[in-house]
Design a protein around this ligand. Sequence first.
Ligand SMILES: C[S@@+](CC[C@H](N)C(=O)[O-])C[C@H]1O[C@@H](n2cnc3c(N)ncnc32)[C@H](O)[C@@H]1O
Length: 209
Amino acid sequence: MTSFLRPLAYRHRWIYDSVTAVSSLSVGGVAKLRGLGLDALSQRLEPNAEILDLCCGSGEAAAPWIDAGYAVTGLDVSPRALDLATQRHPLMQQVEGLAEEPPLKDQSFDAIQLSVALHEFPRAEREQVLTSALRLLKTGGWLVVVDLHPAAPLMRLPQQLFCALFETETATAMLEDDLPAQLSALGFFHVEQELMAGRALQRITAQRP
Ligand SMILES: C[S@@+](CC[C@H](N)C(=O)[O-])C[C@H]1O[C@@H](n2cnc3c(N)ncnc32)[C@H](O)[C@@H]1O
């Protein structure tokens, strides 16, 4: 079941931004949250690396990559989000499409970011998204996933409240799954997980062999 607040938050930007601002306090604020992907990978990439922000939304988490000078492609299914991304980042390459079947060539990217997006997908589709990411990465390329993780006792109630108000059952289903194990089973290697925000958030990096 989805609460009435979720569609409202997607329709009214200020609600979405306010929820993000409050929920990101536990990692040090919105800028810190948006920079988690770049922070994890910048040391492992060449300055001319090609980056895909998969499910880029309106480009918030693409911003640190673009500011750092990387060539960024953003893919999202929502034309409205992509319009906002175009206004924000005129130089970002925009692709409208499904993350499960991205209309992009194999081995095109040095790194792929999935920022707070994977929890939007049911299990089977989540596997398709991760398999697509593997296909799109060059050999030795890196995936970084930032998303929900089952919180420690102190953060459990706020996380449950957040999920009940703003997420769908796909998010609660993802909390039952072991994402690093899923990535390893799909063929990624060097899978590393970091927990933050009272374990409520996970950042995973993984490499294409
Ligand atoms: C919670 S937002 C995250 C946006 C962005 N990555 C960020 O960090 O702010 C999830 C995004 O996933 C997109 N999305 C949902 N299902 C999708 C699909 N099947 N294919 C591509 N994008 C999808 C939504 O349109 C939305 O922009």
